[in-house]
Design a binder for this molecule. Structure first.
Ligand code: DQA
Length: 148
C-alpha cells in the first residue's frame, strides 16, 4: 500500500510560518519520522509526500495516484475552505482519503469551520498537530471507519 501525504497552499513554509499556530517542525523533517513510525508498526506501507501551492497540481496528483493499494492523507491548507476544484477531485477518488489540519480549525475564525472536501473524505482530524497525521495513517492501514 502507498499512502500519499498531500499538502496544499502555504504548507511548504511549515517550520517558519506562524509557529505559534503551526509549530516549528518542517514538512520535510516530518515525513521520515512518520515513515519510521509506520515501518515499526505497520511494515510494508510506503509514504510519499507531495506539496503544492497550485490547486490544479493538487487535483492532478490525486487523480494520477487514485486506485487500489493507494490512500491519501490531505491537508489542503486554505484550499480546504475555498476550492470547489479540489472538492470535485476528492469526490472522484475511489480510494480512501482522510483530511488533517494541524491547528484546531473549529476554534479559529468562523470561515475555517467549513471544509468543502470533508463530505467526500473518510474523516477529519483537526487540532492535534503532527499526531493527527499518525492517527490518519493508522486509520487508513487499519481500515478505521469501516463498520464491522
Ligand atoms: C490548516 C488550517 C487552514 O485553515 C489554514 O488555511 C492552513 C493550515 C491547518 O493545518 O491547520 O493553511 O490547514
Amino acid at each position: 500500500m502507498v499512502i500519499h501525504i498531500v499538502h496544499g497552499i502555504n504548507l511548504g513554509q511549515l517550520g517558519t510560518r506562524q509557529p505559534d499556530i503551526y509549530g516549528t517542525l518542517r514538512l520535510e523533517d516530518q515525513i521520515p519520522i512518520l515513515q519510521t513510525w509506520l515501518d515499526a508498526h505497520f511494515g510494508g506501507t510506503e509514504l510519499r509526500s507531495f506539496q503544492s501551492d497550485d490547486e490544479g497540481a493538487l487535483c492532478a496528483y490525486l487523480a494520477a495516484h487514485n486506485g487500489p493499494d493507494h490512500a491519501f492523507v490531505i491537508n489542503p491548507g486554505a484550499f480546504t475552505h475555498t476550492s470547489v476544484a479540489l472538492r470535485d477531485a476528492v469526490a472522484a477518488l475511489t480510494c480512501p482519503i482522510i483530511e488533517v489540519h494541524l491547528s484546531h480549525t473549529y476554534a479559529r475564525e468562523s470561515f475555517r469551520r467549513a471544509s468543502l472536501l470533508a463530505p467526500y473524505t473518510r474523516g477529519t482530524i483537526s487540532g492535534l498537530g503532527w499526531m493527527g497525521y499518525r492517527l490518519a495513517i493508522e486509520g487508513l492501514v487499519s481500515k478505521a471507519g469501516e463498520v464491522g
